[in-house]
Design a protein around this ligand. Structure first.
Ligand code: ADP
Ligand code: MG
Length: 142
C-alpha cells in the first residue's frame, strides 16, 4: 500500500446534472483528497490527445464529441492506493454493469455518458496528471 495520485475527470453529463459536489463527497469520505482542480471546456484537440490511446476504437469520434459537449471538472486525487480506490468508487465503464453505490451506477446514464474518468494504472496516472497539470511534477517532485 502506498500514497498515490490519480487523475479524475467529472464528465460533461455529470457537470450538467450539477453533481460535482456529490461526487467530490464520495472522494472525501473514502480517503481521497483533491490536491489540484480546474473546471475546463476542452477543445477537440485536447480531448483527442487525452484519449489518443482509443484513437482506433469505433467509439473514438463519439467519445471526443461527448467530452467537448460541455465543461468538465478535472482533479488530481491523492490517497492510499488512490488509483485503484478511485476506479472502485467509479464502478464499471458501462453504468448498467456498475456495482450499486458506485458513482457510475448512481449518476451515469450510458456507456457514452458515464459521469467520470479515472486513470487505470501508475503510468497513465502520471501521464494524465502531467497532461492537465504540467506544473505539478515540478513543484512536488512526484
Ligand atoms: P474507462 O473510462 O472505464 O477507463 P475505457 O478506458 O475503456 O473505460 O474507455 C474510455 C471511455 O470511452 C469510457 O469511459 C466511455 O466513455 C467510452 N467507451 C468505452 N467503451 C465504449 C463503447 N463500447 N461504446 C461507447 N463508448 C465507450
Ligand atoms: Mg480508461
Amino acid at each position: 500500500m502506498a500514497i498515490e495520485r490519480t487523475l479524475s475527470i467529472i464528465k460533461p453529463d455529470a457537470v450538467a446534472k450539477n453533481v460535482i459536489g456529490k461526487i467530490y463527497s464520495r472522494f472525501e469520505t473514502n480517503g481521497l483528497k483533491v490536491i489540484a482542480a480546474k473546471l475546463a471546456w476542452l477543445s477537440p484537440q485536447e480531448a483527442g490527445a487525452f484519449y489518443a490511446v482509443h484513437q482506433e476504437r469505433p467509439f473514438f469520434k463519439d467519445l471526443v464529441s461527448f467530452m467537448i459537449s460541455g465543461p468538465v471538472m478535472i482533479q488530481v486525487l491523492e490517497g492510499e492506493s488512490a488509483i485503484a480506490k478511485n476506479r472502485e468508487l467509479m464502478g464499471a465503464t458501462d453504468p448498467k454493469k456498475a456495482e450499486p453505490g458506485t458513482i457510475r451506477a448512481d449518476f451515469a446514464e450510458s456507456i457514452d455518458a458515464n459521469a467520470v474518468h479515472g486513470s487505470d494504472g501508475e503510468d497513465t496516472a502520471k501521464n494524465e496528471i502531467a497532461f492537465f497539470f504540467p506544473a505539478m511534477a515540478v513543484y512536488s517532485g512526484r
